[in-house]
Write a protein that binds this ligand. Structure first.
Ligand SMILES: Cc1cc2nc3c(=O)[nH]c(=O)nc-3n(C[C@H](O)[C@H](O)[C@H](O)COP(=O)(O)O)c2cc1C
Length: 224
């Protein structure tokens, strides 16, 4: 499965089966996590076979069911965009490995999450993980026109494809509070106000890069 295919097939999944993640699959995922930690300086951790954080029986959290695996993203203050970007790399790798996921900021029992943090680090967010009872479903999205702007000229084909990938990016409460602006070969990705908007932006930027393929564009930071 290519990353573009993984983007299309990924949906948030909150109900899981009892199937365990086998050692070989866990090792592949751990490899992706180690690489992300090396590149980002984040402290991302894979936690398997621990059902407490998502509750069981009456103590169910949100609409989660039978979730015993998750990824804890631990990092420093100000790491939110990075957390979204590298977390989504792991989400799409998990999809390629036949797993399902859901980013979870709120509907999890934070006191029951087992993670380790070094000095100056904190838990930024969690990603639920496992074999879904279903593959999830498609949902509404804002249009490319609402999510992007072209400063001059026509929208190039590669930009339009990149925006298709952005539209499929998961965002908190499906808010899609961002704007991608193309000026020449420079792209600025801006957050608009919203909960967890910087994590959303990091996720969307990773999708944009995959959708853009080998097009030659450069990220321009908002401050430039
Ligand atoms: C930063 C972030 C936080 C999220 N927090 C939660 C959450 O607390 N509970 C939940 O059930 N879903 C949560 N989600 C999942 C979103 O609701 C979901 O991604 C969005 O509705 C789009 O649907 P899709 O992922 O199927 O494309 C979160 C997603 C993101 C990106």
């Amino acid at each position: 499965m290519t990353l573009k295919e993984a983007i299309v097939q990924r949906h948030s999944v909150r109900k899981y089966t009892d199937k365990k993640i086998d050692e070989a699959t866990a090792a592949e995922l751990q490899k992706a996590i180690d690489e992300c930690n090396r590149h980002s300086g984040l402290n991302i951790q894979l936690i398997l076979n621990e059902p407490e954080a998502f509750g069981s029986g009456m103590a169910k959290y949100g609409s989660f069911e039978n979730c015993s695996n998750y990824i804890a993203i631990v990092g420093k203050k100000g790491d939110d965009e990075k957390c979204g970007y590298y977390g989504e790399k792991i989400v799409l790798r998990a999809q390629q490995l036949g797993l399902n996921t859901c980013w979870v900021a709120l509907t999890v029992n934070k006191s029951k999450i087992s993670y380790k943090a070094n000095r100056g680090e904190k838990l930024l967010i969690v990603i639920a993980l496992g074999y879904g009872q279903t593959p999830g479903h498609t949902r509404p999205t804002k249009s490319t026109e609402e999510l992007s702007k072209i400063v001059k000229g026509e929208m190039p084909g590669w930009f339009s494809e990149a925006m298709e990938a952005v539209k499929l990016a998961p965002t908190a409460i499906n808010q899609q509070k961002f704007l991608f602006v193309l000026d020449g070969n420079e792209v600025t990705a801006k957050t608009l106000f919203g909960f967890y908007a910087k994590i959303d932006l990091g996720i969307a930027k990773y999708h944009f890069e995959i959708g853009a393929g080998d097009a030659h564009f450069v990220w321009k930071s908002v401050e430039d």
